[in-house]
Write a protein that binds this ligand. Structure first.
Ligand code: DC
Length: 220
């Protein structure tokens, strides 16, 4: 079974996706982490962020894998190295939407996401899972929240990671990424017609998870 979760940045997709995957004993596939891993490689190689052809070449060369540890967080492996923490750095967040908007980059990573999805039952989160990556997913959710709530959540999360960042900058980053992610030509962020929309602004994490579980377990 494939469960697709899409929505804008900071809506809480990865938090609920991880819990859902644990509760259902499904694999968790964080597709944003793959765009982040490629962005890390682009910056490490000093490739200008507007040099699409070099970025596409790199996308074909790098090896990105996701490893689910039963007792710990998902590990993101880039050319054999665990980059799970490095891909959360502010400079990656700043440039990742510019890398993710390149059509050929998306083709390479979508192929990989589909391969990972063959490993078993899984929960995937991203921007185009229900529309492009797995349009046949058995359950699709679109997770949203007000801009203010998303900013607060992301701010708290980054503080938890030890990152010193002003709340206003977090708000700007979210607005900027959402704009690029939802206006790009190649598979923009969009709710699938058959996705269940959940506004999580006034809901706790467990309320969101319970609501999703109810919808997943209903109708098989
Ligand atoms: O979910 P995230 O913030 O880690 O995602 C990082 C970026 O990757 C996000 O700004 C848009 C892009 N992304 C995408 O275009 N398609 C996906 N399926 C997942 C993420």
């Amino acid at each position: 079974m494939i469960i697709a979760i899409d929505g804008p940045a900071g809506a809480g997709k990865s938090t609920v996706a991880k819990i859902l995957a644990q509760r259902l004993s499904f694999l968790y596939i964080d597709t944003g982490s793959m765009y982040r891993a490629l962005t890390l490689k682009v910056l490490e190689n000093n490739i200008p962020i507007n040099d699409e052809s070099q970025i596409v070449q790199l996308a074909h060369k790098v090896k990105i894998d996701l490893r689910n540890n039963p007792d710990g967080p998902l590990a993101v492996i880039l050319d054999g190295e665990d980059v799970s923490l490095a891909i959360r750095a502010p400079r990656i967040t700043k440039f990742v939407s510019d890398v993710a908007k390149i059509k050929e980059v998306r083709q390479v990573l979508v192929k990989l996401q589909r391969e990972l999805g063959q490993r078993g039952d899984c929960v995937l989160d991203g921007r185009d899972i229900g529309t492009v990556v797995f349009p046949q997913a058995q359950k699709k959710f679109f997770i949203d929240a007000s801009a203010n709530t998303r900013t607060q959540r992301r701010f708290k999360e980054l503080k938890g990671l030890g990152q010193e960042i002003a709340q206003d900058d977090v708000a700007l980053d979210l607005a900027n990424r959402d704009k690029i992610d939802s206006t790009r030509e190649a598979s923009p962020l969009r709710q699938a017609e058959d996705a269940i929309y959940i506004d999580t602004t006034d809901l706790s994490i467990s309320e969101v998870v319970d609501c999703m579980l109810e919808r997943i377990l209903k109708n098989g």
